[in-house]
Design a protein around this ligand. Sequence first.
Ligand SMILES: [Zn+2]
Length: 76
Amino acid sequence: MSDNSYKLCHRCATAITNDDYSAFDFDNAEKAKEKAIDFVEKAGLIVIDVDETDLRGSCDACGEDIDGPGHTAEPQ
Ligand SMILES: [Zn+2]
């Protein structure tokens, strides 16, 4: 994990990987969905680690607390 890598919660990592944000609609998380989509537009191409890592802090995409299993992502 390098210094400029991103921390992503499981929901964001899955949504970004599959380009499917329906999980946010299911959770009624409209704000988080907007933030995640905004993050993807700004970050550009990223590669998300398929393996989960224990992370602390907030998700770089949706801004919600992770404090548990999440995914790291590397900018390309
Ligand atoms: Zn997230």
